[in-house]
Design a binder for this molecule. Sequence first.
Ligand code: KIV
Length: 263
Amino acid sequence: MARLTLRDIARLHADREKITMLTAYDASFARVLDEAGIETILIGDSLGMVIQGRDSTLAVSIEDTAYHIECVVRGAQRAFIIGDLPFGSYQESPEQAFRSSARLMAAGAQMVKLEGGATMAATVRFLVERGIPVCGHVGLVPQFVNVLGGFRVQGRDDAGAKRIVADAEALAEAGASMVVLEAMPAPVAKEVTGALQVPTIGIGAGPECSGQVLVLHDLLGVSGRKPKFARNFLQGADGVAAAVVNYVAAVKDGTFPGPENIY
Ligand code: KIV
């Protein structure tokens, strides 16, 4: 089975088909996601929380992430693979970001994701010009948990909403091929999605994004938390594979996220 490329993802977006994304960290779940038709798999630094049991993502290392990318790539033959740059592996300089991204690409990533808005634009440009596709990530950026004072919804006031739109635009302008929008009021995510040519992938950002992502352990109800933006797809499903199939169907037909998942 041929692996999806950035062109395939761009085609889905051009056809206005919702893009499906889930996190995965190992070969067995990656295979299940692949067989269920998930188009993009993110090896997120959420692994620090759901795999390593930490209370934030901050201690994840580039070698942790590379290891889990290698595991996922062995399990998933078709999905487009995105590696999450961990805290401290890219913020220092574009050169540091390139070295870290090259490590994740060597492990099997086809794109890297980084957190932050306009301040990361120069780094995004540097990476893209050197052959590394980039996914941005704005709104609630978990690597900023200590600056934000917790995992809080962003963009609730006018200034915050404008900042999110400007940040996403700056990333796209710098060459980002995709932008994750996390934990913001649905109208803000709608505005960002309308302003960008590239797809937006929402998590707690409402139904108007170009696609949706969830942490796999939230979808299965085993993360030990029950965030408002997530739905337990295992409830009422005939096993893990059926739960993921149901998630794909619900994202594609726009029934996930529902009104109960929106800020
Ligand atoms: O680390 C992660 O899993 C993420 C997603 C929640 C978008 O960044």
